[in-house]
Design a protein around this ligand. Structure first.
Ligand SMILES: Cc1cc2nc3c(=O)[nH]c(=O)nc-3n(C[C@H](O)[C@H](O)[C@H](O)COP(=O)(O)O)c2cc1C
Length: 359
């Protein structure tokens, strides 16, 4: 096992895993080669699809990288709210000339099969979101020399992760783009408020656990990375910043939207997947967010054909445009160059802090 999280790469910069096509082997390799920590997103992929990406990444770089898994979700006890949502989305299906999806897709995201591959052919780091793995799973990885990270959105979740044996936590502030990695989605909460901002959360987690912290949410510049390191994080994880790079596999409509002034802000919504996720406010989010049910991943499967049809039609108003609160600061530059620029900005910010100057 690496002696420390920060031994995995030169700079304290992690490229966030981004399921749905955002982060594939090309992006991860470019980040690793430039001195950051690249990540593959196994979510929504088959176990074999994940393994093919691991092999491709290994062909592109010999440096350490991470693989991110979605934790299995409890089966939906009552599908009536999803059936109501299906009726509410009928107009969307008609508009995009498609059908709404079958909600009975897998709710475990192939978790056991993915674990089996990662045990048979270990990778340097595995991270988990939407829950905390069992102690047995984390211990097995520790014995294989695989570093484990659990995403947390509260201090209590961080304590659970530490107790289960995770090597580190990824502390995800409410600013973050994409899904909140909350361990249990509360169906009674509307999912759109109450999350803690990153600096508030780092402070609480640092006092609750002793394992290292990776900070995520709204970070777009090196000076912001300096801020979270000063607050006690060991590394910073950036998603939206890397989404805009040419190596990211995000839909071009999505990439362009990040800095398009038409999109004035982001919101947390259940509209596309049934779990709170932060995206640019577009027509679909505005119209359906207010009543979308807490039913992940059923809603993900339900809306999937609509999102695909919207993408095919070139209509960003029907897409899940995941983005963090910092999206306006996205820079369209190669991922390796972005790592170098962020590292230089971080150095400059640290020098300014050290000299007692203003950032
Ligand atoms: C398009 C997109 C997809 C994401 N997919 C995943 C994922 O598959 N697994 C995960 O743990 N986090 C995922 N996230 C969340 C990131 O890990 C990270 O918390 C977030 O990007 C940090 O906020 P930022 O986007 O403002 O940098 C995703 C984020 C985005 C923007």
């Amino acid at each position: 096992m690496p002696t420390a999280l920060t031994d995995l790469c030169r700079y304290p910069i992690v490229q966030a895993p981004m399921a749905g096509g955002g982060s594939g082997p090309e992006l991860a390799a470019a980040v690793c080669e430039a001195g950051g920590l690249g990540f593959l997103a196994a979510g929504y992929k088959t176990a074999d699809g994940m393994y093919q990406e691991i092999k491709r990444l290994r062909a592109l770089t010999g440096r350490p990288f991470g693989v991110n898994l979605f934790m299995p979700q409890p089966p939906l006890a009552d599908t009536s709210a999803v059936e109501v949502y299906r009726e509410q989305l009928a107009g969307e299906a008609a508009w995009y000339d498609t059908e709404l999806g079958d909600i009975n897709g897998s709710s475990d995201d192939g978790y056991e099969a993915k674990l089996a591959i990662l045990r048979d052919d270990p990778v340097p780091l595995v991270s988990f979101t939407f829950g905390c793995p069992t102690r047995a799973v984390l211990t097995a990885f520790a014995e294989l020399g695989t570093y484990t990270v659990v995403t947390v959105t509260t201090a209590a979740e961080a304590q659970d992760a530490q107790q289960a044996g995770a090597d580190a936590v990824c502390v995800q502030g409410v600013e973050a783009g994409g899904h909140q990695g909350t361990h249990r989605d509360d169906p009674h909460a509307d999912g759109t408020g109450s999350g803690l901002g990153l600096l508030a959360l780092i402070g609480q987690v640092r006092e609750a656990v002793r394992i290292p912290v990776i900070a995520a949410g709204g970070l777009m510049r090196g000076a912001q990375i300096a801020a979270v390191l000063a607050a006690g994080a060991s590394m910073a994880q950036l998603g939206t910043a890397f989404l805009a790079t040419p190596e990211s596999g995000a839909n071009p409509l999505h990439k362009q939207a990040l800095t398009n002034p038409l999109y004035t802000h982001t919101e947390l919504t259940r509209a596309f997947s049934g779990r709170p996720a932060r995206g640019l406010v577009n027509r679909f989010l505005r119209e359906h967010g207010p009543y979308a049910p807490a039913a992940y991943p059923a809603v993900h499967y339900l809306t999937s054909p609509v999102r695909k049809a919207a993408a095919k039609a070139g209509d960003a108003q029907g897409l899940n445009l995941w983005a963090g609160q910092g999206h306006r600061l996205a820079r369209e530059m190669p991922a390796g160059q972005l790592v170098a620029v962020l590292a230089a900005e971080l150095d400059a910010a640290r020098a300014a802090l050290g000299a007692g100057g203003a950032l």
